[in-house]
Ligand binder design. Structure first.
Ligand code: ZN
Length: 119
């Protein structure tokens, strides 16, 4: 399941958990059509998570999950702290063969990379 805490968009995994309108019955095809009409259904976005492993980014307090668009917005606003400065560019993961090198001076490996509850 992935649903963005900021804009509410969601992917296919989350779609399995939603309640479809009763009128559609158990018709998979109709359910799929209905789903694709939902503005928040965004199966092609990438979703960033704070799960049970340490990530190399720190979302703002209170956020579990962000879609790539909201992640990029927060990143541009300086609300997300990245572990490496050469890992994300403009909110998107940069895939290269070499390991990221530039450690962000703001990064604290003891505390960051996990879900942070709102205080
Ligand atoms: Zn979003």
């Amino acid at each position: 399941m992935a649903q963005c805490d900021e804009c509410g968009c969601f992917d296919d995994n989350e779609a399995e958990n939603i309640d479809y309108p009763e009128i559609l019955g158990d018709d998979d095809e109709k359910q799929q059509e209905w789903l694709e009409d939902q503005e928040d259904y965004q199966p092609d976005r990438y979703y960033y998570w704070h799960g049970d492993i340490q990530e190399d980014y720190q979302m703002p307090a209170g956020y579990w999950c962000l879609c790539d668009e909201c992640f990029g917005d927060f990143l541009n606003q300086g609300k997300i702290i990245e572990k490496y400065l050469d890992h994300f560019i403009g909110g998107f993961l940069v895939y290269t063969d070499k390991e990221p090198q530039k450690l962000n001076p703001k990064w604290n490996d003891e505390e960051m990379g996990w879900f942070m509850p709102l205080k």
